[in-house]
Design a binder for this molecule. Structure first.
Ligand code: ADP
Ligand code: MG
Length: 255
């Protein structure tokens, strides 16, 4: 039996040539949860994300969201079922304003995007402004995206992903490249949005302060396998996890 908005991953695998990038991985994300996937470089985090988002088809296993079997479906079908992901920053149009970029996403979400479309001030203005308010970008609404600070671009990235009204949002390293204080502000924002927009979050992150300070639950990958999962306080104490991280020295400090 499945719970509405629940993600369940059972024994997924993906090999590239002889490399078992993801090797029998199972986990779940409950509605309303913020779950972190951590692990050293090459552990298989991005490959997992790409299987959830439909960019890569698993060799074996099952991915279910909201009761639907989604492995093998393409990205747009998965996206329509309610799994979103933050875009790469390059997905924005630098000369268009922050508000227009958001309107564009909302338009495409409503599938009214025609080839001759030009920014029209009225399309989805209320929804765009709602998202700008929620992400603290209202003051930047008229500025072209090309002049935004890195932190503001990341916030826009988040607003754009929320424009598709996902129920589960995948975020691959949402705070990469940010200063420590910005990271904390970003994660607080994500948490607030999670509650106001009723979306669950699955994210990867290098900064252990961010992970242990914000995740409800942590899944640890190493060499394509889950070596531990649980609440942050339990994960911190796991000997196996400490061993894996000691080499990188990232377990207790910012990376
Ligand atoms: P992470 O995101 O945890 O750093 P990845 O999922 O990117 O790890 O990579 C897991 C393993 O799979 C690594 O050994 C990586 O070199 C390999 N890999 C990932 N993507 C590909 C690909 N497209 N082709 C070949 N090997 C890949
Ligand atoms: Mg990665």
């Amino acid at each position: 039996m499945s719970v509405a908005g629940e993600l369940t991953v059972r024994s997924i695998r993906k090999a590239f040539g002889g490399v078992k990038a993801v090797d029998d991985v199972s986990f779940f994300v409950n509605p309303g949860e913020m779950v972190a996937i951590i692990g050293p470089n090459g552990a298989g985090k991005s490959t997992c994300f790409n299987m959830l988002g439909g960019q890569i088809t698993p060799d074996a296993g099952e991915i279910r969201f909201d009761g639907h079997l989604i492995n093998g479906l393409g990205p747009s079908k998965i996206w329509r079922l309610g799994i979103g992901r933050t875009f790469q920053i390059t997905a924005t149009f630098p000369s268009m304003s922050v508000r227009e970029n958001l309107q564009m996403v909302l338009l495409s979400h409503h599938r009214k995007l025609g080839s001759s479309w030009r920014p029209a001030p009225s399309y989805f203005l209320d929804q765009a402004d709602h998202l700008l308010d929620r992400t603290g970008l209202r003051a930047q609404a008229r500025r072209p995206c090309g002049v935004l600070s890195y932190g503001d671009l990341k916030r826009l990235d988040l607003a754009m992903a929320l424009g598709n009204s996902p129920r589960l949002l995948l975020m691959d390293e949402p705070t990469a490249g940010m200063a420590p204080t910005e990271r904390i502000a970003m994660m607080k924002l994500v948490r607030t949005l999670m509650e106001s927009e009723r979306v669950s979050i699955l994210f990867t992150e290098h900064d252990m302060d961010v992970v242990f300070g914000h995740a409800d639950r942590v899944i640890v990958l190493n060499r394509g396998q889950v070596i531990a999962s649980g609440v942050p306080t339990a994960i911190r104490e796991e000997k196996l996890v400490q061993d894996v991280y000691l080499g990188g020295g990232t377990m207790y400090g910012a990376a």
